[in-house]
Design a protein around this ligand. Structure first.
Ligand SMILES: C[S@@+](CC[C@H](N)C(=O)[O-])C[C@H]1O[C@@H](n2cnc3c(N)ncnc32)[C@H](O)[C@@H]1O
Length: 263
């Protein structure tokens, strides 16, 4: 019994995942940026299977819902004991999140705030969800990945872990790329291009091949403002523009007006 330990020794952030399907996480935890963060020992991840904590002889972790209705509900006892085991290993102050479509919808801002919590336990539900009493007694908050329903909390747990670990200093090689990511400054990111300069008859915008970094920076800022305005008026409306951004946005509006007239 106990966690499958994947954590590094010098880690600054630790995530415990409670899941009936720990095997799903294997390749994910070894790949890419997150895999590097774990190997470097910056991020620690341990997995706990509630099936290892059931007090039932047949190791069952679910049962029919009281009051009738379809499906099965995850029992409070195995989940509660898995959380207790994780806390007794890592400390009572672990922040416990139940991944649930009924929770607060995750945003980039919230991920930045979760950086303050060094130890987080993510509880993945399955079936019809978990016994409400477990949420009341052992969960600090519920977090949702969006207004849609998935079969389990494992994919949301991966999304949370991936999003959070990108923000932990030292995990993403070039810290600048995180700063420029969509949402980090309240806007979508500018469009990206790579070689070749012409693909499928479409050239890369000329400015990007001039080597003029000041102009490239202005172009990117203008694109980010324009994209956010067109695609996410909700985001754009909440963004406080600097004087430079106001000027660039005016320029963007002028260019798009001109383009519409030319068409
Ligand atoms: C089929 S869902 C249960 C949905 C539940 N019957 C309801 O309507 O609220 C099974 C599990 O998947 C996870 N899940 C599903 N959709 C999710 C979402 N949008 N965000 C986070 N977790 C989700 C939760 O852990 C949930 O317990």
């Amino acid at each position: 019994m106990g966690a499958r330990v994947l954590s590094g020794r010098r880690m600054s952030h630790w995530i415990g995942i409670i899941s009936l399907f720990p095997e799903i996480f294997g390749p994910f935890l070894n790949a890419g940026v997150l895999g590097r963060g774990i190997k470097k020992g910056i991020i620690g991840v341990d997995l706990w299977n509630p099936r290892d904590y059931t007090d039932e002889p047949r190791r069952s972790v679910d049962d029919k819902p009281y009051g009738g209705g379809p499906g099965m509900v995850l029992k409070a006892q195995p989940l509660g004991d898995a959380i207790k085991a994780a806390k007794s290993d890592k400390g009572e102050d672990c922040h416990v999140i139940y991944l649930s479509p009924q929770g607060r919808q995750l945003t980039q801002n919230m991920l930045h705030q979760f950086l303050d919590k060094e130890r987080i336990i993510l509880v993945s539900g399955r079936y019809e969800g978990v016994d409400e009493r477990l949420i009341e007694s052992s969960v600090d908050e519920e977090i949702s990945m969006g207004d849609y329903v998935l079969s389990g909390g494992e994919v949301p747990a991966m999304a949370f872990l991936d999003g959070l670990s990108r923000l932990v200093p030292g995990v993403v090689g070039d810290d600048i790329s995180v700063e420029n990511d969509s949402f980090s400054n309240g806007l979508l990111e500018y469009p990206q291009y790579t070689r070749p300069t012409i693909w499928d008859g479409k050239p890369v915008p000329d400015i990007l091949t001039t080597g003029d970094h000041k102009k490239i920076d202005e172009w990117r800022k203008t694109q980010a403002l324009g994209r956010s305005f067109e695609r996410r008026p909700d985001l754009f409306g909440n963004k406080r523009l600097t004087e430079e951004e106001k000027r660039l946005f005016e320029k963007y509006l002028e260019i798009s007006k001109q383009e519409r007239t030319d068409r």
